[in-house]
Design a protein around this ligand. Sequence first.
Ligand SMILES: [Zn+2]
Length: 76
Amino acid sequence: MNVIHVQVGDVVRLRKQHPCGGWEWTVVRTGADIGLVCNTCQRRLMLPRHKFRKAVRRITPAPQPAPTSPNPDSPL
Ligand SMILES: [Zn+2]
């Protein structure tokens, strides 16, 4: 069974176009269901994981602002 690695903030593209004309969704919740918000019309959608896995075409990970590990190039 494939595990989908998705986290809050990721942008996903689904196979079906939303009626509003949008293709991209932002993940707002992960758990038994995946919570999505349409980037075009801001409508919310909840999908069970197995449905999400079938519906998703591409996952764009959220940009990571800074690494959490300590910086080895620190001047001190
Ligand atoms: Zn929409």
